[in-house]
Ligand binder design. Structure first.
Ligand code: TYD
Ligand code: MG
Length: 438
C-alpha cells in the first residue's frame, strides 16, 4: 500500500512478520494442556519466600557470586572469552553435584570430547548426563524423560528452535531459545545455566535483551596467558553484584582461590616507589588497578607530561594541586604515569591513587602493596567522596587489602558493618602525606 489510509502519509508502511499462533511454546507442548497455572494477583504478604531454598553448588566461589547458592528456577548466564574455562567450570559443577540428576547439553563439543575433559577433572558422578543436541524441541523431549534437577546449556548461541527459520546464534534465535528455556525454568523450578559467547568488544554476543531476560549474569574473565580467572556478577536478581570469585586454571581443572591477595603480591618483587593501588569501577564492576608513576628532573627546559590509560589534562590538574597544596616543585620535573594492564580509566576515584603514586615517586618512598585508595581530589586539595564506595571497599577487602584510604565525607554513607579492612578517612591532601609518607 502506498498511502496510509489513517495518517494519509506516503510510503510509511513497514513489513513485520507475525509468528503463527498455532505453534505452541516448546515447553508447554511437552506439558500438554491443563498446565493450570494460577495467575491471579496475590497479596505480597501471602507469597511464600523462596530464599531458604537455595542449593549449595559445593563451590564457595560460585556460591558467593550467585548470592549464596542456586535459586530454584533461576536462569544464570555465564559469559566469557573462548578458552577462558566456561565449559570447564560448568562441567565441574555438573560432576560435583553427584546426588542429583544433571543434564549437560552441549552443542559445541562431542560427547567423547566432554568425556575426555571430565577424566581430567577430579570429580566423578553417576548422575551427570551429556546430551549433544541443538534443537530446543528435542532437548525438551529429553528433559521431560530425564527430569533433571539442573540443566546446563553450552552454549546458547548453538541452540535453535524450529519455530524460527534463522540460523543458530542469530539475534532472534538466541532470544527465542532463551525465552523457551526461561519458561521451562520458571514452570518446573529447575535452575538453568547458559553459557554465552562474547563479542570482540567484550559484551555478551546476541541481543542485549538476553541480559534482561535472565536472572543472573556472570562473567568469567582473565588473561589467557595467566592462570588466574575471575568470576564476576554483572547482574543478579538474587544477590549483590559486588561479588567476585577467583580461580586458578590447573591441569586438573579449576582451583578455588580463597586468598586472592596472593595474586597481587606475587606480581611484585620487593618494594618499588611510585606504585599505588586504586579501587575503581568499570561500569558496575569494582576493580583494583595499579598506578605507576615516575617523576624525574626535566632533561630539557619544558618538562614532559605523559600518561597511558589516564586523562592527561586530569594529570596536569592533579600535579598543579600537588604543587600548590602539597608544596612539591613539579614544574621542573618530567612526570610519566601509567595504568598497568592496558586499562583506560576515567573514574575520578583513582585521583587519590594517582597523587599517592606521584608523591611516592618524588620522595622515593614505597607504599605498602596492601593499601588501596579510592577518592577524588578537588582543586583545593580536598579529598572528595566517590560513588559506590561500599563496592570498592568490598573489593579491596575481598582481595586481601589491609587498609583503604577514602574521603571522610564518604564514611557516613557506609553501612553500619564491621569491615575486616581498616578504613582510613581523610579530608585533605596534607593528611595523605602525613599518614602515608611521614
Ligand atoms: P574451556 O572450558 O574449554 O573454555 P571455554 O568453554 O570458555 O571456551 O577451557 C579451555 C582451556 O582450559 C584450554 O585452553 C585448556 C584449559 N584447561 C586446563 O588448563 N586444565 C583443565 O583441567 C581443563 C579441563 C582445561
Ligand atoms: Mg566451551
Amino acid at each position: 500500500m502506498g498511502k496510509c489510509p489513517s495518517c494519509q502519509q506516503w510510503n510509511t508502511f513497514e513489513e513485520e512478520l507475525v509468528m503463527p499462533d498455532t505453534v505452541p511454546a516448546a515447553w508447554s507442548q511437552q506439558k500438554k494442556e491443563g498446565a493450570n497455572r494460577s495467575n491471579k494477583p496475590r497479596k505480597i504478604a501471602e507469597i511464600e519466600s523462596v530464599n531458604e531454598n537455595r542449593s549449595d553448588t559445593g563451590d564457595a566461589e560460585l556460591n558467593r557470586v550467585l548470592g549464596g547458592g542456586i535459586m530454584p528456577g533461576s536462569v544464570v548466564l555465564l559469559g566469557g572469552e573462548p578458552g577462558i574455562g566456561k565449559s570447564t567450570l560448568m562441567l565441574e559443577l555438573a560432576l560435583r553435584l553427584n546426588t542429583i540428576n544433571v543434564l549437560y547439553v552441549s552443542g559445541e563439543e562431542s560427547a567423547a570430547q566432554i568425556k575426555s575433559r571430565a577424566e581430567r577433572l577430579k570429580h566423578q558422578s553417576e548422575s551427570c548426563y551429556i546430551l549433544t543436541e541443538t534443537q530446543t524441541q528435542q532437548i525438551f523431549a529429553q528433559i521431560a524423560e530425564l527430569e533433571p534437577a539442573l540443566l546446563i546449556v553450552d552454549s546458547i548461541q548453538t541452540l535453535a528452535s524450529n519455530k524460527l527459520e534463522s540460523a543458530p546464534g542469530s539475534v532472534s534465535q538466541v532470544r527465542e531459545c532463551t525465552a523457551e528455556l526461561l519458561q521451562f525454568a520458571k514452570e518446573s523450578a529447575t535452575p538453568v545455566f547458559l553459557i554465552g559467547h562474547i563479542t570482540k568488544e567484550g559484551g555478551l554476543a546476541g541481543p542485549k535483551v538476553l541480559e534482561h531476560m535472565v536472572d543472573t549474569v556472570l562473567q568469567f574473565e582473565g588473561d589467557r596467558h595467566m592462570s588466574y580467572r575471575i568470576l564476576r556478577t554483572v547482574k543478579n536478581r538474587f544477590g549483590s553484584t559486588a561479588e567476585l570469585g577467583i580461580y586458578e586454571m590447573m591441569s586438573v581443572g579449576l582451583r578455588q582461590v580463597s586468598n586472592p591477595s596472593e595474586i597481587l603480591i606475587s606480581q611484585r618483587d620487593g618494594d618499588l616507589s611510585g606504585i599505588a593501588l586504586g579501587a575503581t569501577l568499570e561500569g558496575n564492576r569494582p576493580l583494583i588497578v595499579e598506578i605507576q608513576s615516575l617523576v624525574s628532573s626535566a632533561a630539557y627546559g619544558t618538562p614532559q607530561r605523559s600518561c597511558t590509560g589516564f586523562d592527561a589534562r586530569r594529570l596536569n590538574m592533579l600535579l598543579a594541586v600537588l604543587e600548590k597544596r602539597g608544596g612539591f616543585r613539579l614544574s621542573l620535573s618530567d612526570v610519566f604515569l601509567n595504568v598497568t594492564g592496558g586499562l583506560k580509566i576515567e573514574d575520578p576515584a583513582i585521583d587519590l591513587a594517582v597523587c599517592a603514586s606521584v608523591i611516592s615517586s618524588i620522595n622515593d618512598i614505597s607504599i605498602s602493596g596492601k593499601m588501596a585508595f579510592a577518592a577524588e581530589v578537588g582543586l583545593g586539595g580536598e579529598i572528595r567522596a566517590v560513588n559506590k564506595i561500599e563496592n570498592r571497599i568490598a573489593e579491596a577487602e575481598k582481595l586481601g587489602f589491609e587498609a583503604i584510604y577514602i574521603s571522610k565525607y564518604a564514611v557516613k554513607s557506609l553501612p553500619e558493618k564491621k569491615y575486616k579492612i581498616k578504613i582510613k578517612a581523610i579530608g585533605k591532601l596534607e593528611e595523605l602525606i602525613e599518614q602515608v609518607f611521614l
